[in-house]
Design a protein around this ligand. Structure first.
Ligand code: ZN
Length: 221
């Protein structure tokens, strides 16, 4: 993995980082690179409140905030920012305002690499709107001053339209940290995780590949 000056991660929901990116984050931190994680919402509209329910609508954001802080802690992220947008409404934010907000963070932390969703290929409207906001923010910088964008994509058509991911990180050296980050988002991953932990123990190839390799598409201007 290339040594970066500073990595900025921008996602809309607590746990967006867990499955696809947390090993990459942990690797950067291990090699001494500071990581800032800007999370737009607290995922307060999440439908998963357990059965029987472990919480209610009012308390869900508090729980998810704690889980996010715990995930950041296990990964070693020292700069976690919760930007205070509302879950499921990022697509309705004023695009110019959102991108200027993100641009102010970019100016402040001066990242050499930004990790976000690939707009149009990230399935959920909040994901696409977040990626679009980052792209719009970075496009305001002179081409030679732009940080690299590594984008996460997982729509059915992403490989067909974007080609194969050009960046693949084998994160096995930090897999424990990744599993701990996934586990931290208990309200979202408890059931998935139980199942997954079992399969990992048995070295299920599909689950191993899913956890061990993190894929990114470099955004092309
Ligand atoms: Zn999400």
């Amino acid at each position: 993995m290339k040594k970066e000056r500073h990595v900025l991660v921008v996602f809309p929901h607590p746990d967006d980082e867990a499955f696809g990116v947390s090993g990459t984050i942990a690797t950067h931190i291990k090699s001494g690179t500071p990581v800032t994680y800007a999370c737009l919402t607290l995922g307060e509209m999440g439908r998963n409140m357990g059965n029987p329910p472990f919480t209610n609508r009012e308390n869900l954001p508090k729980i998810r905030k704690k889980e996010l802080q715990e995930a950041a802690h296990v990964l070693g992220i020292q700069d976690l920012r919760m930007l205070g947008y509302r879950d499921k409404t990022v697509e309705f934010e004023d695009e110019e305002k959102l991108s200027n907000h993100l641009l102010s963070i970019i100016h402040e932390v001066n990242p050499s690499l930004i990790i976000t969703f690939y707009p149009g290929y990230a399935v959920h409207p909040d994901h696409d709107a977040t990626g679009a906001g980052v792209v719009r923010a970075v496009s305001k910088l002179a081409p030679d001053a732009r940080p690299t964008l590594h984008c996460v994509a997982f729509s059915n058509n992403c490989v067909e339209e974007l080609g194969e991911a050009d960046i693949i990180h084998d994160i096995s050296p930090v897999i424990d940290k990744k599993l701990a980050a996934i586990k931290a988002h208990r309200s979202q991953t408890e059931f998935t995780f139980k199942d997954m932990a079992e399969k990992l123990k048995n070295q299920d190839p599909q689950v191993m590949a899913r956890v061990q390799f993190e894929r990114f598409w470099t955004y092309k201007w």
